[in-house]
Unconditional design. Sequence first.
Length: 313
Amino acid sequence: MAKFIPLRQTLRSKIAEDRILVIPGVHDILSGRLAELSGAEALISSDYAAHANLLGQPDIGELGLGELANHYARLCDRVSIPVIADAATGFGEAAQIRRTVRVLEQTGVSALIIEDQASPKRSGHMQGKRVIAIVEMLAKLKAALDARTDSDLMIIARTDARDVEGLEAALERAQLYREIGADMLFVEAPLNAEEMRYICAEIPAPCLASNIEGGKSPILPASLLEDIGYAAVAFPASTSFLAAQIWCRFYAELMKTGNSASMAGEMLPFNTFNELLGLPERREAERKAQSVALGLMERVAAQKHKQRLEDEE
C-alpha cells in the first residue's frame, strides 16, 4: 500500500491550497479513467453513484462493505490520482468502524467520508433523513481516526443535521467533529449561498461543498464557492445523471428504429475509444514482453548451438 501514500499526501496538499479543488464524481472505472484524462486532480465516487452502478438501485444503504471495497480497489488500480471514497455511515458503530477503515484503506483511496445519518440511510438530498446522537458520531470518528494505518488518509466528517435539526445544530456537530480530529468537514444540503458562507466562516477547518443537480443546495460555480470559503467542491452525481440521460435516448431510439445511425455522430469512434482505454500502451507492453521472451529463446538456442559445436570438436 506504500504506493498510495504519495497520492494521499497530494490530496492533503491540494486541499490546503488557496485555490478550490474541483472534484469530479465517477460512477465506474471507465468514467474515472476519462475524468483523469480530462485533467482532474482528484476523484470522488459516491455511495449514491455506486448504488446506481453496481445495483441499479437508489441509495438506501444496500451495498455492503465488501462490494464497495472491490469497487474502490478497481478504481484506484486504474487511475493515478487521489480517490475520495464514500464510506456512508461506516458500516456499524464505533466497535465495527475499525474494520471499515482498514478494509477501505487497503483499496488505495486517499480519503473516507463518514456521515452521521441513522440507518437505514438516505441520499443527502432526500426527505426523511435521521441522524445519530452527537456522542455516537464522535465515537465513530475517534475509532476511525485511530484505525487508519496511514495518517495521511483523510477522514472527512459529514453531517446531515441541517435538514433534521437545523443549521446551528449542524454547525455545532461539525465543530465537534473537527475537535475530535476530522481532517475536513462536509455539511450536507445547505439551502443557499448565505448558509454556505456562514458554514465556512464558523468551521475552523477545510470544508467540502457538494453540487448535486436537482438537489436542495443551489449549484454554484467553483469560483464563487472558493470566494465563499470552500476548500473543495465535488460533483458526485453529475456523471450518473448525464450517462442515464444519454442511454435513455439511445435505447429509446434503438427500440423505435432498430438502428443506431441517428446517434452515431455522438459516439466516440472505435479506435478513439480503444485509445482512451489505453489499448496502444497495452499492445506496446505485449510487444516488449514478447521481444524479451524471443530474445531469451534466441540466446538459449545460440548457447546450445555453440555447445554442440564444441562437443563435436
